[in-house]
Design a protein around this ligand. Structure first.
Ligand code: 0O2
Length: 243
């Protein structure tokens, strides 16, 4: 926080030192969550870079992130019946730091999730696979809560980050569905909910078909490559080169 911001808040609180201290602690915690996001984002960027070099395509299309807004943090603590304190935030909330990883294909989601999980500074706290088991409304995504160490000036702190992995198509559905939730009166109507669910299923089927197409192309490329090298690449088994 900039010095003039501190001054402004101090003036706003009319010299209430205790409240000012709490705001300072809150801002400090939010900054630490922001740093945790950067650490996890870098891990995904590194994986994307390496996999793109190895496979000639990017498994990750884009990454977005956010630190939960103060009003949402307080709202969630209230909903959970937990104390509204700075300590309570890190004790009770897993999704203050959130990162969304948009992948090209369904198998990319599982590939990058697995590659992150096996890193020895990453602890997977929770996984919710809404791809294998979609929500009743049709929502699909792969959710993980991970804990990672972040090194600050006063030492190491374990920070939790919520990761949502989904395909471009799943993201398209979730973003529009999220927008329409705000128009509550129409979103609650069963025929609209059914239409939205049907769209989610069409999208899931399209995702599966796109993956099928990519796999067919890859297998054709392997065959051609094999023939060029004098190999026959049937079922991935490479016999001795034909002389
Ligand atoms: P925002 O603004 O995206 O942060 P919990 O976090 O455990 O208390 P829940 O619902 O059990 O609550 O967690 P879950 O299932 O892991 O979902 C958390 C996040 O997933 C939500 O965050 C949404 O971002 C997304 N999500 C879950 N279900 C849906 C859905 O049906 N539609 C859409 N569009 N997104 C969904 P927040 O906190 O709700 O909001």
């Amino acid at each position: 926080m900039q010095a003039n911001e501190e001054q402004l808040i101090g003036e706003f609180l009319e010299g209430d030192g205790a409240a000012f201290e709490k705001i300072n602690q809150f801002m400090g915690l939010m900054t630490r969550y922001d740093c945790a996001i950067r650490e996890v984002r870098t891990k995904f960027e590194v994986l994307n870079e390496e996999l793109s070099y190895k496979a000639g395509r990017n498994p990750i299309e884009s990454i977005t992130s956010r630190v939960k807004r103060p009003v949402s943090v307080v709202g969630k603590l209230k909903r959970l019946g937990k104390p509204i304190t700075v300590e309570s935030i890190s004790e009770n909330l897993n999704d203050v730091a959130g990162i969304r990883v948009i992948c090209s294909f369904i198998d990319d989601i599982y590939k990058v999730a697995e590659m992150l999980s096996v890193q020895d500074d990453v602890t997977v706290v929770q996984v919710k696979d809404y791809i294998q088991k979609p929500k009743p409304n049709g929502y699909r995504s792969y959710h993980m809560i991970v804990e990672i160490p972040v090194f600050f000036s006063e030492g190491k702190q374990m920070m939790r980050v919520e990761i949502q992995l989904r395909t471009v198509a799943m993201d398209f559905w979730a973003s529009l569905e999220h927008q329409m939730k705000y128009k509550k009166e129409s979103a609650d109507r069963p025929e609209i909910a059914a239409e939205l669910k049907s769209c989610a299923e069409t999208i899931a089927a399209t995702d599966a078909r796109m993956l099928g197409i990519r796999k067919r192309i890859e297998s054709l490329e392997k065959q051609t490559e094999g023939q060029e090298n004098g190999y026959s690449a049937i079922d991935g088994i490479k016999p001795f080169p034909i002389r």
